[in-house]
Ligand binder design. Structure first.
Ligand code: FEO
Length: 399
């Protein structure tokens, strides 16, 4: 495994091959927690890893240098997947100074209590000389926690970007040109949708802030290091943060006895127009992580559920609740669903799409009592065609 970013700068993180649930994020390809060692006249460890992997991180550091030679431990982000091992690491490196911003120090204090670690508080633009190289700190508040920070090595045009530009992907490859780019981009989109999407405005501020930095390599805290496709991932982030849609229509549904499924199928048939990526997603054969990733760049969404106990089905409600938190913006939408003797689902979905997701909803919800009639199925096909027309138009307008 090639772990060298530049001469004297190495990846010393860990690969978590077996994780599949990362605080409810379905990480189907596992994860990595990236840490980096910058060796110069002074040596700096950039970030740590999840607590259970502390010894593995220390072994990786020892493979490059004696632990007594580590002068600084930079904490870009206090979330436990990166700072969980910090207490063990600081115990193992008693001579080292913890380097972080003020908010990070406060957050670490809340996680670990007062540990009397030697600490150097840095602020936006501060520079820490290491010798031939230096570290410059770029505060990135709310990307995606208040204390988040990037560390930039100007002499190497190298950005340690913390969670930003990351992917959950366990692999022996360390660099973007060593793996299948389609998978890396897909995992980057899934990561952005599920972790970063609510903070789109903060992302745009950060992208503007780093636009002036010459960058040849982006080393995030998760997944592969960008060195060949830097401009592609930065441009992808700009598109996602601007809620730039693709000509894509999602038909997302849950069903009891297939009536809502038949409606969903008819909407999908209507949406399946030339140039449109129309996708049919049965919630209980999918997962929230995948649905969020697909919703990120969809122009339009049809969302349906059968009525159960005067409301939508539980996983439909969970999906809308999750999407509401992530705040995907600017979609055209339609609500649909079947019912028996008491309505509820389609109406409840319609209300959420309009008032909580703030999407532009097309007409009244489409309903079917028990089995959909040919008339209802025609109505569904027409709704699908309308969503496809919208998707084609908005995707073209946004180019
Ligand atoms: Fe990978 Fe926000 O922690």
């Amino acid at each position: 495994m090639n772990t060298t970013l530049r001469k004297g700068i190495d990846w010393v993180g860990v690969v978590d091959w077996t994780i599949r649930d990362f605080h409810s994020y379905d990480v189907e390809r596992g994860a990595t927690y990236n840490a980096y060692l910058v060796r110069d006249e002074k040596t700096a460890l950039i970030d740590t890893v999840k607590a259970p992997f502390a010894e593995q991180l220390l072994r990786n550091v020892v493979s490059h240098t004696d632990l007594t030679r580590v002068d600084y431990v930079v904490c870009n982000h206090a979330e436990p997947d990166h700072a969980g091992a910090l207490a063990r690491v600081m115990d193992a490196l008693p001579q080292a100074t913890l380097v972080c911003d003020k908010k990070c120090a406060a957050t670490l204090g809340q996680y670990f209590g007062d540990r009397n670690w030697k600490t150097q508080i840095v602020a936006n633009g501060d520079r820490l000389p290491l010798g031939r190289r230096s570290l410059r700190f770029v505060e990135t508040p709310m990307v995606h926690w208040p204390e988040s920070m990037f560390t930039y090595v100007p002499e190497e045009k190298l950005l340690f970007s913390m969670d930003a530009f990351g992917q959950h992907y366990a692999t022996s490859a360390r660099f973007d040109d060593e793996a299948d780019l389609a998978i890396v981009m897909q995992e980057a989109q899934t990561y952005y949708a599920n972790i970063v999407m609510p903070y789109a405005k903060a992302v745009l501020n950060v992208l503007d802030g780093v636009a002036s930095l010459p960058i040849e390599m982006i080393a995030p805290s998760h997944g592969l290091i960008w060195r060949r496709h830097v401009s592609e991932i930065v441009e992808a982030y700009r598109g996602w943060a601007n809620h730039r849609p693709k000509p894509k229509v999602l038909v997302i549904y849950d069903t009891m006895w297939e009536s809502t499924a038949q409606m969903a199928q008819a909407i999908w048939e209507g949406a399946s127009q030339p140039g449109i990526d129309a996708q049919l997603i049965f919630i209980r054969r999918s997962n929230l992580t995948h649905i969020a990733a697909e919703t990120l760049d969809a122009a339009a969404v049809a969302f349906g559920s059968a009525t159960l106990n005067r409301n939508m089905m539980p996983m439909a409600a969970a999906t809308l609740n999750y999407l509401e938190g992530l705040r995907p913006l600017g979609k055209k939408a339609v609500a649909f669903g079947s019912y028996g003797w008491g309505k509820g689902a389609a109406e409840a979905i319609d209300e959420i799409l309009r008032n909580r997701l703030d999407w532009q909803v097309l007409g009244d919800p489409i309903r079917s009592q028990y089995r959909p009639t040919p008339t209802v199925l025609d109505q569904c096909r027409q709704a699908g065609r309308s969503l496809a027309d919208w998707a084609q138009k908005t995707a073209t307008d946004s180019v």
